[in-house]
Design a protein. Structure first.
Length: 85
């Protein structure tokens, strides 16, 4: 299986600035694992959109998969109480 390319929106860089380092390390390992398996067990397609989400503790990672181009676009990373707003 080919590896997917990761693309981060500029807003994702701002999203991760306030996340504690230990949580950020876990989030980044989950994001890196998406390159090999873009729809892992536990990923859920969000209703009404083409986005998926995975959980990492109290944080959520929202992303889009473009299978034709082998690209994953990170849309948003944030705490569960804020990420869906």
């Amino acid at each position: 299986m080919a590896k997917y390319e990761l693309i981060l929106r500029q807003s994702v860089r701002k999203d991760v600035e306030g996340i504690p380092k230990k949580d950020l390390t876990r989030i980044l390992s989950k994001v890196e694992a998406l390159r090999n398996d873009p729809k892992p067990a536990g990923s859920i397609k969000l209703s009404g959109s083409e986005y998926y989400r995975i959980r990492q503790g109290d944080y959520r990672i929202i992303y889009e998969v473009q299978d034709e181009a082998l690209v994953i676009v990170l849309i948003k990373v944030g705490h569960r109480r804020e990420v869906y707003k």
